[in-house]
Design a protein around this ligand. Structure first.
Ligand SMILES: *Cc1c(COP(=O)(O)O)cnc(C)c1O
Length: 417
């Protein structure tokens, strides 16, 4: 056991009060996601305020955390939604986001999804290829309407983030090149059934540097100038999402600085800015609670086996992502520990070499910064029911998603036996 400096020991703060979390674990069981809705509000307001008086629309990216109560909270703050499937559009509508504040993005939209989106009358569809644009045009023609679209432009900028979450390089599958975008805008401009109203880029997630964002905004602003010169009525400049958060000690982008670099590039352009933050709003606003089941040591390595696993929180396994793990017992006497789940994969871990004190079986651990891409990426691997979700607001806690049952898991199969 070695002593580490106390300031290195991560802490639970805000609405994440230990007594309340103990109570949540007792009432709803573990593993469990807990979200601080007040912090979600704070984060939304930070990004909104950063753009000051400029015409701005924050379209929360649902895929980061698509729990209906989380979306409803954001809807109450007048947020819009960035959706990547028909299911997400339906969630947004159900949670109270007005249709005219919904954007539909994604590289593989299907015909039935496009038609539904057009019938809903959402703000616009972000098209990602010529083929997709032609399909949107055909759908609009069939419905006898004109489809509002924007083109996702790939600025070919290295976002300097994890390769799995970079999207704005020419080797990534997203969007079209600046050259192709011009051709697509001309095509749309000349179509009776397409109305190009926006321009869009999104270069990656967990961005911690401003320069790639500034460079992308500059390239896309130039393209916008040339489209406006051709008398196209572009109204929305959609800068995507991607603002990074602090998981351990990353120094990341401040909302004010972020807004400033974008506003700088937009000088002389009177457009509504759309920003699609996901992780920034919910990432640090959620924790994942798990319970110690067993402990063992072999080859001088200490393992703590917990009831939470990679099916609940896949980021460590998928991206080798780091999450702080906070014990509920307070002690300075810690040793490096691997926190692993019960799933039959060596990649099933929540943390490696995490400094943890002596624990008792049954003790709780809080995995921090688990509000984004946590539950929304959860699966039923190993026939594990997905866990419950709880919200805390003004120190009050409530269940916002029931724990799944085995019955739920087999419901769609058992009739075929
Ligand atoms: C995933 C995604 C976002 C949100 O990304 P974050 O890193 O969570 O902010 C925004 N826009 C689009 C198009 C996306 O695919």
């Amino acid at each position: 056991m070695k002593n580490i400096e106390s300031q290195n020991i991560p802490k639970l703060d805000g609405n994440f009060d230990k007594d309340l979390l103990q109570k949540a674990a007792k009432e709803f069981g573990t593993p469990l996601y807990v979200y601080d809705l007040d912090r979600i509000q704070e984060k939304y307001e930070q990004i909104k305020a950063a753009f000051g008086g400029r015409k701005t629309m924050i379209c929360y990216a649902l895929k980061a955390n698509s729990n209906l109560s989380v979306i409803k909270k954001l809807a109450s703050l007048e947020s819009g939604a960035d959706c990547v499937s028909l299911g997400e559009i339906q969630r947004a509508i159900l949670a109270g986001i007005p249709k005219y504040k919904i954007i539909y993005s994604g590289v593989g939209k299907q015909e039935f999804e496009i038609k539904e989106a057009l019938k809903y009358g959402i703000l616009f569809i972000n098209v990602e290829s010529k083929e997709e644009m032609l399909l949107v045009e055909a759908c609009a023609k069939e419905l006898g309407i004109s489809a509002r679209i924007s083109v996702r432009v790939n600025p070919d900028i290295d976002p300097q983030t994890h390769p799995y979450i970079s999207t704005g390089l020419k080797e990534n599958k997203f969007g079209v090149s600046i050259e192709e975008a011009k051709a697509l805008y001309l095509l749309a401009h000349n179509s009776k059934y397409l109305e190009p109203v926006g321009i869009h880029f999104h270069i990656g997630s967990q961005l911690t540097k401003l320069k790639p964002i500034a460079e992308s905004a500059q390239k896309i602003a130039q393209l916008t100038h040339s489209l406006l010169a051709l008398k196209m009525d572009i109204k929305f400049f959609d800068v995507g999402g991607g603002i990074g958060i602090t998981y351990s000690d990353e120094v990341t982008i401040k909302p004010y600085d972020y807004a400033q670099v974008i506003l700088e590039e937009l000088r002389g352009l009177d457009l509504t800015i759309i920003c699609e933050p996901g992780r920034f709003i919910v990432g640090n606003s959620g924790i994942f609670l798990t319970k110690v089941l067993y402990q063992k040591e072999h080859q001088n390595k200490r393992f703590v086996i917990v009831d939470g696993a990679m099916n609940d929180l896949i980021r460590p396994s998928l991206y080798n992502a780091y999450h702080q793990i906070v014990p509920f017992v307070e002690s300075q006497d810690v040793s490096p520990t691997d926190v692993v789940g019960p799933i039959c994969e060596s990649g099933d871990y929540l943390g490696k070499n995490i400094s943890l004190p002596i624990l008792q079986n049954g003790d709780l651990l809080a995995v921090l910064s688990a509000g984004a891409y946590g539950f929304s990426m959860a699966s039923n691997y190993n026939t594990r029911p997905r866990c419950a979700e709880v919200a805390i607001e003004a120190k009050k806690m409530r269940l916002i998603r029931k724990r799944e049952s085995i019955e739920d898991l087999i419901a769609l199969e058992k009739d075929y036996l």
